[in-house]
Design a protein around this ligand. Structure first.
Ligand SMILES: Nc1nc(=O)c2c([nH]1)NC[C@@H]1CN(c3ccc(C(=O)N[C@@H](CCC(=O)O)C(=O)O)cc3)C=[N+]21
Length: 279
């Protein structure tokens, strides 16, 4: 079974559009502000996708595009201005920031009540403690894809490959919250093939093209590919050897058309949720 991220994302957007209508009826249009610094071409593409998705569901979206030469103090000042602006429900600072800017200090400065990415330490802590708070969009989207594929993590062996703050770590916590037995693998893991071979759920988020071999996958496993790698021929591919893995997996996400569209859909979910809690 191929898990169609585009289709699930469209369903999520329809749910969000209905929630936006309800908020609007109470005179409250949700607003997302995206801050993009510099001219990373991939960031420009992603931010365009976010704006388009906002328009589709009726979320007011504003982009602040700052030059690569922006100083830490200038960026901090913008974040503080957005924190204080009552028309802003969600703030997203597009990562990565240009070299020389301190990402962590910027993320810490975002009002945790406007943190659509769920990257603020207070929200990370809330996730860790199982308290309600905005959840990082990519792992949040993965949980929804698992549910749509009929996969309940309870009691399953889940392997998360990658330990980033953005995907791997929060992913492991969310799977744990759903009672999976969770392993986190990373670049220093001794025998990755053996870890994959015993996993019922594999979430690959390493950023290395087709590094997870199809033959490692346990027959009947569910494979979620968070990777977004560009091959020399310009085509996108994931972290998993897709065709070979699909032969063994019970369900698998493609790249593109899997996790990526869900990341954007969950950003909309988080924006509406933040707007709701503000009113
Ligand atoms: N503060 C912050 N929050 C983020 O959520 C964030 C970020 N920074 N920096 C970059 C990453 C990456 N990311 C993606 C979003 C959508 C697709 C997506 O829609 N991908 C399409 C393909 C797009 C294409 O063709 O290039 C797909 O997989 O089907 C991918 C990647 C959000 N990120």
């Amino acid at each position: 079974m191929i898990i169609d991220g585009k289709q699930v994302a469209a369903q999520v957007r329809a749910e969000v559009a209905a929630a936006v209508k309800e908020l609007e009826a109470r005179g409250r249009t949700p607003g997302l502000t995206v801050v993009r610094v510099g001219d990373d071409p991939a960031s420009a593409v992603y931010v365009r996708g976010k704006r388009k998705a906002c328009e589709e569901v009726g979320i007011r979206s504003v982009e602040h595009h700052l030059p690569a030469t922006t100083s830490q103090a200038e960026l901090l000042a913008l974040v503080r201005q957005l924190n204080a602006d009552p028309s802003v429900d969600g703030i997203l600072v597009q990562l990565p920031l240009p070299k020389g800017l301190d990402e962590s200090e910027i993320l810490d400065a975002i009002d945790p009540g406007k943190d659509v990415d769920g990257f603020h330490p207070l929200n990370v802590g809330a996730l860790c403690l199982g308290k309600p708070a905005p959840r990082p969009c990519t792992p949040h989207g993965v949980m929804r894809l698992l549910a749509e594929a009929g996969c309940d993590p309870k009691g399953k062996r889940a392997l998360v490959i990658g330990r980033s703050h953005i995907v791997g770590k929060p992913m492991a916590l969310m799977l744990l919250e759903k009672h999976a037995t969770v392993t986190i693998a990373h670049s220093r893991t001794a025998d990755l093939a053996a870890e994959v071979a015993r996993a019922d759920i594999v979430v690959a988020a390493i950023g290395k093209a087709e590094m997870i071999r199809g033959e490692w996958v346990k027959p009947g496993a569910v494979v979620i590919d968070v990777g977004m790698n560009r091959k020399p021929d310009g085509k996108l591919c994931g972290d998993v050897e897709y065709a070979a893995a699909a032969e063994r997996a019970a369900a698998i996400t493609p790249v593109p058309g899997g996790v990526g569209p869900m990341t954007i859909a969950m950003l909309l979910v988080n924006t509406v949720e933040l707007a709701r809690t503000r009113t």
